[in-house]
Design a protein around this ligand. Structure first.
Ligand code: GLN
Ligand code: ZN
Length: 762
């Protein structure tokens, strides 16, 4: 039985790639030095796979920035604006990050399926010419072979590539398919003599596909088979089950098919009976998207049954998807509770699990190894650390009326108006203010013990005081405390809640050199003490203006953590919501009249299939409602989401029943607001009037124009004035200028509207 992984994390166990990349971009490292680091990482990662005992090493999963971008470059599909941007290497990074000196914008970036990894969206145009070159992959295959490894190259498949691309108006990217198919044939022909398996990733098969797309898929794969008859292609699918695309995958004429048995609740019985004679089956039983140890006792019967039906030589065992989505090596974690640590496996450990499973099926099993796995799994499932009877009871006792505010929006909005007495077009910000070097320094010193808790608290209070003063001076209407106490909007809450633990080196690539270190949610979640109240009560005490309490919502905490897999996500989310509900009520009691719950990740938590999306949205929205619905009518609930593709889920956003929502809008010219009109969205909206991702200071006129545009869709008494998102990544000088203009814009508008109202009443 053969064993493999679909891909290994590239960043390195100590984020070596990140450091080398950033050094290169700063001009401190040469291209040669960066390439050396890359080669060292590739070699090290192949050795991990080889030493673990896997049948082959995966090649082509490494990338300097992103593997979709790599394919774009390999196909020679470089958009015109990047012609003449220097060496091939410079062009590559210009595509990813833009070329500031020549004012060439980067290619768009978006989320890779339902993960937090972002890929660079390919752009195809009608005059597209491809200039393919497979050197990068062939070089790596050659290097791996020289080192004595069996290489399995990986390519992203043509249908997923095109499905993820975008096209210019008047041209369909699918028109490029014949050319693309020819290129893939030539790639396969060149690789076939050098290796056994060639992995072709088509995760698109785990999403909803139209009949015609399925037809296109089959035609393409038949051509690939005809054009490159000797290529042993392993069609890899992941992030879900095949469902109604199973037939398409089975008819693809590939030599093998890989299934993700961790994401989909797929049964493989159908597959085993329908699998054509010429096809091998690869079973992804080791989760590449989460950090828990595989339960070998439940994976083995599945594998054994498949081996009985197909024979060991037609069977492969692997990771469910690429290990790109988990941290590199658990060995580095010395601070974790040893028991909780024994439940986890990172990329290196997962390679060993896969090898162990393969050996066990082949009869070469070692009782010690399996025993160790069994004990770890038992320790986890039977552990008191993961179960809190009070939390379970509280969840069972959630009643439907706990999800509803006392009165409908139409009634409470009048009461809030009286209680808050805000002007027309109220101005506010999204929560964070610049995270200055002073804040980072204080935090570092506090962590190292160089700054006492009392001194750190004093420092943070002074920072809050300054932020409040600045906002008073600017003349903003609803203030925030600036979030100086938070390193990260999820980590901060995880650190205060029961049921979470944290790694020191558990980094996962988000995009390019950017990595995140998600908290690990391993047990029942509860709140032992208020998390934000002291900061916010203090902030409110400094001003007569309303201070906006600031919390991260349950769905966002869930989406940006590694979450336990022994409890339904819905149930975990309910626990988070109950903990946050207590915080909301404490904030209200402490005198906060406005509370914002950020749900930045609501949309990205959407499952890939429409059918499952509905179910998710139901419990996700209910969790939000459970979080906020305990408050009185006069308390105003805000929510914030930093993206603009709402149309598909607007109905659900309305169901959140927030009093005010702030969204990203400045980059899309307010057109998206049409959807809110069509839908008759009931409550108030703050469409971001300027883009906080850039240090540019937008002028008063520009913001006025944005607001005038917004007023074509939103009635004046429903319009809030705020930036797109938090100001954490900005510096103070540009922040003050931009907010100054923003407040001014609201004033101009107020004047204009009160004048018209005066005329009308006269
Ligand atoms: N309140 C958070 C902030 O301002 C929101 C961040 C986000 O939406 N990503 O930083
Ligand atoms: Zn945001």
């Amino acid at each position: 039985m053969q064993t493999h992984i679909l891909g290994f994390p590239r960043i390195g166990r100590k984020r070596e790639l990140k450091k080398a990349l950033e050094g290169y971009w700063k001009g401190e490292l040469s291209e040669r030095q960066l390439r050396n680091t890359a080669d060292e990482l590739k070699k090290r990662h192949w050795k991990v796979q080889h030493d673990a005992g896997l049948s082959f090493v995966t090649v082509g999963d490494f990338s300097f920035y992103d593997h979709v971008l790599d394919l774009t470059v390999a196909l020679g599909a470089v958009p015109h604006r990047f012609r003449n941007t220097g060496s091939a290497f410079d062009t590559y990074f210009a595509m990813a990050r833009g070329d500031g000196s020549r004012n060439i914008p980067a290619m768009e970036m978006t989320k890779w399926f339902n993960t937090n990894y972002h890929y660079i969206v390919p752009e195809l145009s009608s005059d597209q010419t491809f200039q393919p070159s497979l050197d990068w992959l062939e070089d790596d295959v050659a290097l791996a072979r020289r080192l004595g490894f069996h290489a399995k190259p990986v390519l992203l498949g043509p249908i997923t590539y095109l499905a993820l691309s975008k096209d210019r108006t008047g041209f369909s990217r699918w028109e490029s398919l014949p050319q693309l198919t020819e290129i893939y044939i030539s790639f396969l022909e060149r690789l076939a003599p050098q290796c056994g398996w060639i992995q072709i990733d088509e995760p698109i098969l785990c999403t909803d596909m139209s009949d015609s797309l399925r037809e296109t898929f089959l035609e393409t794969y038949r051509l690939l088979r005809k054009g490159a008859p000797s290529a042993r292609t392993l069609l890899t699918t992941y992030f879900g089950s095949l469902g109604d695309n199973l037939g398409t995958a089975l008819d693809s004429e590939c030599s093998g098919l890989h299934l993700d048995l961790c994401a989909g609740n797929a049964s493989i019985t159908d597959v085993l009976t329908a699998l054509p004679e010429h096809m091998s089956l690869s079973l992804g039983v080791v989760d590449g998207h989460n950090i828990w140890k595989t339960n070998c006792a439940s994976a083995l019967p599945v594998l054994r049954n498949a081996a009985l039906k197909l024979g060991n030589d037609r069977l492969l065992v692997g990771s469910s998807c690429s290990l790109l989505h988990v941290p590199v090596d658990l060995e580095l974690e010395t601070e974790l509770d040893p028991e909780i640590r024994s439940w986890m496996a990172f990329a290196v450990q997962k390679c060993h699990e896969i090898a162990l499973l393969g050996q066990t099926i082949d009869g070469g099993w070692t009782p010690e190894c399996l025993n160790e796995n069994r004990l770890a799994i038992e320790s986890r499932y039977l552990n008191v650390k993961t179960i809190d009877p009070d939390v379970r009871r509280r969840c069972r006792n959630v009643t439907p009326d706990m999800l509803n505010r006392n009165t409908p929006y139409a009634v409470r909005c009048g009461k809030q108006e009286k209680a808050l007495n805000l002007p027309l077009f109220p101005t506010t910000t999204i929560g964070s203010y610049p995270q200055t070097e002073a804040i980072r320094k204080a935090r570092r010193e506090y962590r190292k013990g160089e700054l006492s808790p009392a001194a750190y608290e004093t420092f943070l209070k002074r920072t809050i005081q300054e932020v409040v003063e600045q906002q008073e001076k600017l003349g903003l209407d609803v203030l925030v405390h600036g979030e100086p106490e938070r390193t990260d909007m999820v980590e901060y809450f995880g650190q205060q809640l029961e049921g979470f633990c944290f790694t020191e080196h558990g980094w996962v690539q988000s995009y390019g050199s950017r990595c995140v270190k998600p908290p690990i949610l391993y047990g029942d979640v509860s709140r032992k003490h208020p998390m934000t109240v002291p900061w916010l009560a203090y902030a409110q005490s400094l001003t007569k203006k309303p201070m906006k309490g600031m919390l991260t919502g349950p769905v966002t905490i869930l989406c940006w953590s590694f979450v336990r897999d022994d409890l339904e996500r819905e149930e975990v989310c309910r626990q988070l919501a109950l903990a946050l509900r207590d915080e909301v009520l404490d904030l209200e009691r402490a005198g906060l009249k406005i509370i914002q719950i950020d749900e930045a990740a609501l949309r990205e938590g959407l499952p890939l299939r429409k059918k499952e999306a509905e179910k998710y949205l139901r419990w996700a929205i209910d969790a939000f409602r459970l979080t906020v619905s305990g408050v009185g009518d006069t308390t105003q609930i805000h929510t914030h989401m930093c993206y603009s593709e709402f149309n598909a889920i607007l109905k659900w956003i309305a169901e959140m029943d927030a009093d005010v929502i702030s969204i990203e809008a400045s980059r899309s010219d307010m057109e998206l607001l049409q959807a809110f009109v069509d839908f008759k969205y009931p409550s108030a909206i703050g469409p971001g009037v300027y883009d906080i991702h850039s240090p540019r200071v937008p002028s008063l006129e520009e913001m006025l124009e944005h607001l005038e545009q917004a007023l074509r869709f939103i009635s004046p008494e429903k319009l809030w004035v705020n930036p797109d998102c938090g100001l954490k990544t900005r510096a103070w000088p540009e922040t003050l200028l931009a907010l100054g203009n923003m407040v001014q814009a609201a004033r101009v508008l107020r004047q204009k509207y009160s004048d018209t109202q005066n005329i009308m009443t006269r």
